[in-house]
Each structure stands twice: as C-alpha cells, then as structure tokens.
Design a protein around this ligand. Structure first.
Ligand code: 8HG
Length: 317
C-alpha cells in the first residue's frame, strides 16, 4: 500500500503519506489520454464519468471535486494505491540497465482504466501520435459523452457503448479518427451486440445455458469476460476485434485489464530495448518474447518506465 490515510476536506479529499506518486510521471507516461496539465502543475482529468483535479503537496495528494466514498469506490483502485511500487522498482532495479529508467520515472503508477474506453482509445493510437490521439478522443467525448461542469468549464465523459450505438464510420471520421473509423464503429457494434444479448437473456431466464455455441461466440466480444481470461488468452481474444493487433492488445490488457505481464512494443519501447539490451535488427514479436521472459509478471511496469524514459529523452538508436 502506497499511502497512509485519506481524509475529507471541504474541496475533496487529501491522501496523506503518499509514496511513488508523481503527477507528470503518471499522466505523461503514455498510458492515458484525458489528463491535462494546468499552469500551476495540477492535473485535471475525466475518468469514470467524473472530473477531478489533482495537486501534490509534499507527501500529500489532494483530489479536488470528489468524496471519501468515491475515493474508496473508485480512485483508490484507479490510481492503484494498494500496490507497493517501491517493491516493484527494487526488483526491476536489480537490472542495472533498467535502474536508470526506473529512477527517471520513479513516480509512475499504472492506472486501472475502463476497458471500453481504453479499447477504443488504443484502436485510435495505431500509427498515431499522442497529441492527435488525445484530440480525437476529446472530440468523440464532446460529440457523444455527458457534459460535466467543473470550475466554470464544461468537460465531457467518454461515451458509454449505448451512447455510441449505431454510429457508422463517418461519425468517427468527423472526429478525426481517419482510417481507424471503421474499426471503431465495428468494435462499438460488437460490444453493443453483447450488451443487448446479455440483457435479452436475463429477461428470458434459463435460455442462457441452452445455446453453448452461441454463448461462446457472444463471449468472444464480451470485454468483461475477456478481462477475466489469463494473460495469453486475453491477448488473443482482444485481437478478434478489428483494428487490434498484438501491440494494441498489449496496451488494452495492461492499462484496463490488470494484465501486468503485457509488454507493448511501440517505436519508443523498441528504441529503449535496442538502446539498453538488444541488437537493432530484432523483430517486434521477438522483442516482446525476450522482455516477457526477462521481466515476467513485472513486464508491463518495466515497459512503462522504458517508454517514459525513451520518449522524454528522445532516445535514438
Ligand atoms: O504507454 C504506452 N506504451 C507503448 N508501448 N506504446 C504506447 C503507449 N502509449 C501510447 O500512446 N503508445 C503508442 O505509442 C501510441 C502511438 O502509436 C505511439 C506514440 O508514441
């Protein structure tokens, strides 16, 4: 556990005695797209249908615009505060090469984000840059998500599957998703198919178990069922959606499904691996296998320290 206590204050909550928690490391390390740095160094973000603002003061982290109830129901888990990142960093730092990247991003934590939002977000990430990914997600949210007022500004929640139901590719094209638009409308349709089917079956008791083949097909696109699979099965299942290859599947399972053995290899991680460990001609799948054998259940954490280090330092090979 990486904090001591949490207390209510009039503006929100304050988490005291927080360790391994640096706002720029967490929000600028590539895992999330809906957090914006403010001039005073605070970050305002939209997550789980809410807007919150974070400020770090010494060993305390203040969350504005929230309650103790939401802290224990949402934010404690979202910020992965139960985990001891000191222990993870200690283990990873045994490797002298990784030590440098861990030191650099010492306040990184992996957020536990929403699977539907992250699935669409990382479909958008394919062959894209982070500022453009952020802009596209913002436009989709503005067009279809619920408005939320905070400090005189309007923010927009990421839309639910129901709010996106029936949209064709052109709707996502209008938000800037370009060639990924078809993948988005396809994925939204499949997720809604599952939701509708589960609802229908709940209404007609008993039928649920009578059609096992159909049920299997259905579960193939059920993000909750996919999240419950083991890491390798999860990685395969996510690639049933269109627009999801090995790299995007790794990001989705790492950032929203708690699969910490995932090791997404994008251009930055590739450069970092080449810089620290490998010859330049190793293929991406081989790099993934090498890293997962080396870092095991901590692969996802190692990947995040490497990604942040490589991107912030603009390392070239
Ligand atoms: O956290 C990330 N890890 C990896 N490996 N790749 C990422 C992360 N975040 C992120 O946006 N990407 C992808 O990297 C998206 C995009 O293709 C590229 C931007 O540098």
């Amino acid at each position: 556990m990486d904090y001591k206590i949490v207390e209510a204050i009039p503006e929100g909550v304050v988490i005291r005695g927080v360790k391994n928690f640096e706002l720029p490391h967490i929000f600028d390390c590539g895992q999330c797209f809906r957090w914006e740095r403010q001039q005073n160094g605070n970050y305002i973000g939209v997550a789980r249908g809410r807007v919150i603002e974070l400020e770090k003061q010494g060993e305390d982290v203040i969350i504005y615009n929230t309650t103790l109830e939401d802290f224990s129901g949402i934010w404690e888990q979202y910020f992965d505060l139960q985990r001891d990142y000191g222990k993870i960093k200690e283990e990873l730092s045994e490797d002298p090469l990784l030590h440098k990247a861990v030191e650099y991003g010492h306040g990184i934590r992996l957020l536990q984000q929403d699977p539907f939002e992250i699935t669409l977000s990382f479909i958008i990430s394919a062959r894209n840059s982070i500022p453009v990914i952020m802009k596209t997600i913002k436009r989709i949210s503005e067009a279809y998500g619920k408005p939320i007022e905070y400090k005189g500004n309007t923010y927009y929640a990421f839309p639910t599957p129901e709010e996106l139901k029936g949209l064709g590719a052109e709707a996502f094209e209008a938000c800037g998703a370009s060639f990924r638009s078809k993948y988005l409308s396809d994925t939204v349709a499949k997720v809604n198919m599952v939701i509708d089917e589960i609802k229908a079956r709940e209404n007609s008791e008993g039928q649920f178990l009578e059609n096992p083949v159909e049920l299997q097909e259905l579960l193939a696109y059920d993000l909750n069922a996919i999240k419950a699979l083991d890491a390798d099965a999860c990685h395969i299942a996510l690639q049933n959606f269109s627009g999801i290859g090995p790299k995007v599947a790794d990001c989705i399972m790492l950032f929203s499904m708690g699969k910490y053995s995932a090791f997404p290899v994008d251009v930055w991680v590739k450069r970092a691996m080449q810089h620290f460990y490998l010859a330049p001609d190793v293929s991406l799948p081989k790099m993934r296998i090498f890293a997962r054998e080396k870092f095991g259940e901590l692969s996802g954490f190692a990947q995040q320290y490497l990604f942040y280090y490589a991107r912030e330092n603009n390392i070239q090979v």
